[in-house]
Design a protein around this ligand. Sequence first.
Ligand code: ZN
Length: 134
Amino acid sequence: MKILKINHLGIAVNSINEGKKFWTDVLGLEFEGAETVEEQKVTTAFFPVGESEIELLESTSPDGPVAKFIEKKGAGFQHVAFQVEDIAAALDELKEKGVKLIDQTPRIGAGGAKIAFLHPKATGGILVELCERG
Ligand code: ZN
């Protein structure tokens, strides 16, 4: 597969409103607005950093994946997202290599990007996201 760049780093927060202060007021990053992905029970907010972005994730429900993550590990760094040229081909390649995946096929994430998560058991404990932007 061809990884083009680190697209974004995902950070789990209890509140985007509270959490974004550090990134905007202290670091001076631009807040591009929040978007809720109902299917994932998450609201995301992106802050561009050069070629990459910071993504803050706030759960919309106590049983959402981000709420569960915070419950287990606390708020903080949650995932790294690599932008790939062709996400379907990348997933096929990973399946061939026997890599455990959370998403067998791409789904639509924030901003309409095609995304898929690899299982942390296959990556040494880190949640890895692949994304393809049109
Ligand atoms: Zn992400």
